[in-house]
Design a protein around this ligand. Structure first.
Ligand SMILES: NC(=O)c1ccc[n+]([C@@H]2O[C@H](COP(=O)([O-])OP(=O)(O)OC[C@H]3O[C@@H](n4cnc5c(N)ncnc54)[C@H](OP(=O)(O)O)[C@@H]3O)[C@@H](O)[C@H]2O)c1
Length: 360
C-alpha cells in the first residue's frame, strides 16, 4: 500500500484511545467520536455505536466502508455500574456492528477486550456470594466483554483480540486522562479510607502502563497482524497485593502523606466477620462504597496469573520486569496525588479529570 493506511479509531476520547492516538504515526486516523471531540485525529466522524449503521446515514456509512483499512475498537462501557442493558448494547451489540463495518470495508479489526474475561469465575455473583448494597456489577461488564469477543469471532472478519489487564498511567509520568478502576482504590488508600483490602496478600495485581498498551496496539497495526489473541499484561511478573500496597504506601510517605497501611484479608473473612460486625452499622453511602470495593476486588482475590504476549510483538515493548512495574505504579500514585491536590508538590502541567469513577 503506497498511501498511509486509514484507521478508524473508536473510543478515541477514552483512557486508552487518547494514549493510542499519538502512537498511530504513519496512519491516517479517523476518530469515531461520541460525546467528546478528539482534536488530535486527522478526521472526526460523529457516531453512536449503539445506533443502526453506527449512527451514520447510509451515504456516510458506505463512504466510510469504502475507505477504511483497519478498525481499532476501543469504545466500550467500562464502568461497572452502568446497568446490564447499556453495557451489552455497546460492548456486545456495538462490537457486532463494528465487525459488520469491518466486513463491509474488507478491513482488519483490532478489538480491545480485557484480560479479565479469563476471570469471570471470580465475580461474587459467580461464586454465589451476595453483593450487599453494591451498585458495581463486574459480572455485567465481563459478560458483555466475553460476548463482544464472541461477536468478533462469529463475524469471521480478520481480527486480533487484544486483552490488556488493568491500565494505569504512563510509565514515565503517571499521566492518564481519567481516574478509573485501580486509581479509585489508590485514592481511597491515600485518603486513609480503606483500613482493609479484601484481597489475600499473595494474590497478583496485574496492571500495565497505558503507553505500553498503546504502543503494543500500534505495533500490531503497523505489523498488519490479522489474527490471534494478544495479552498485554504483567504476566508472571505481576506484583503481589502485598508488594503493590507497599509501593503505594512508600510513595505516599515520599510525598509526605500520612496514608495508613491497610490490612489484607481474604474475602471469606470479610463476609463472615467484618461485614456483619463493622460494616453493617455504617452510613448507607459508606456501606455501598465498601460493597462496590468488595465487588471489584473479587476479581483479584486468589486470581491466576494472566499469560502475556509482551516481548512477542515486533516493535512493541518487551515484557515488564517487577522493578519497571513498581516504578510505573509509583508514578501513577504520585500523578494522582498531585492532580487531586493531596500533596504540596506542584501538579503536573496537564492533569486528569477529577472524576473518580466506580472501579472500572
Ligand atoms: N482502562 C482499563 O483499565 C482497561 C483495562 C482492560 C481493557 N480495557 C478495554 O479497553 C477499551 C478502552 O477502555 P478505556 O478505559 O479507554 O475506556 P473509557 O476511558 O471508559 O472510554 C470509553 C470510550 O467509549 C466511547 N463511547 C461510549 N459510548 C459510546 C457510544 N455509544 N458510541 C461510540 N463511542 C462510545 C467514549 O466516548 P464519549 O466519552 O465521547 O462517550 C470513550 O471514548 C475498552 O474496550 C475496555 O473494555 C480497559
Amino acid at each position: 500500500m503506497s498511501r498511509s493506511p486509514i484507521v478508524l479509531l473508536t473510543g478515541a476520547s477514552g483512557v486508552l484511545g487518547s494514549a493510542l492516538l499519538p502512537e498511530l504515526v504513519g496512519c491516517h486516523v479517523i476518530a469515531l467520536t461520541h460525546r467528546t471531540p478528539v482534536p488530535g485525529a486527522d478526521e472526526q466522524l460523529h457516531g453512536d455505536l449503539t445506533a443502526p449503521r453506527l449512527g451514520l446515514n447510509q451515504a456516510a456509512y458506505k463512504q466510510l466502508a469504502a475507505r477504511v483499512d483497519a478498525v481499532v475498537h476501543c469504545a466500550a462501557i467500562t464502568g461497572f455500574s452502568s446497568g446490564q442493558e447499556a453495557t451489552h448494547a455497546l460492548n456486545q451489540a456495538g462490537t457486532a456492528q463494528m465487525a459488520r463495518l469491518v466486513a463491509d470495508a474488507d478491513a482488519v479489526m483490532y478489538h480491545v477486550s480485557t484480560a479479565f474475561v479469563a476471570r469471570t469465575d471470580l465475580t461474587r455473583a459467580h461464586q454465589g456470594h451476595g453483593s450487599g448494597e453494591a451498585t458495581a456489577r463486574p459480572e455485567d461488564y465481563l459478560d458483555s466483554k466475553r460476548a463482544g469477543e464472541e461477536a468478533v469471532r462469529a463475524s469471521g472478519v480478520p481480527a486480533v483480540i487484544i486483552r490488556p489487564s488493568v491500565v494505569i498511567g504512563d510509565a514515565a509520568t503517571g499521566a492518564i486522562s481519567a481516574f478509573q478502576g485501580m486509581h479509585g482504590i489508590i485514592h481511597g488508600l491515600l485518603r486513609g479510607l480503606l483500613p482493609l483490602v479484601p484481597v489475600p496478600a499473595h494474590s497478583p495485581i496485574d496492571f500495565v502502563p497505558q503507553d505500553v498498551v498503546a504502543s503494543t496496539i500500534a505495533a500490531l497495526v503497523r505489523e498488519g497482524r490479522r489474527e490471534g489473541e494478544v495479552w498485554i499484561t504483567a504476566g508472571n511478573n505481576a506484583l503481589t497485593t502485598e508488594r503493590a500496597l507497599q509501593v503505594i504506601g512508600d510513595t505516599a510517605d515520599e510525598l509526605g502523606m500520612d496514608a495508613a497501611r491497610p490490612r489484607m484479608v481474604g474475602p471469606d473473612i470479610v463476609d463472615r466477620l467484618i461485614r456483619p460486625v463493622f460494616i453493617a452499622n455504617l452510613h448507607p453511602r459508606t456501606r455501598r462504597r465498601f460493597d462496590d470495593m468488595l465487588a471489584m476486588t473479587a476479581l483479584f482475590a486468589d486470581g491466576r496469573l494472566f499469560p502475556t504476549s509482551l516481548g512477542q510483538v515486533p516493535g512493541a515493548p518487551a515484557e515488564l520486569n517487577t522493578s519497571e512495574l513498581e516504578a510505573a505504579l509509583r508514578m501513577s500514585v504520585a500523578y494522582m496525588a498531585r492532580a487531586k491536590g493531596m500533596t504540596r508538590t506542584p501538579a503536573p502541567a496537564s492533569t486528569a479529570s477529577e472524576s473518580v469513577q466506580v472501579p472500572a
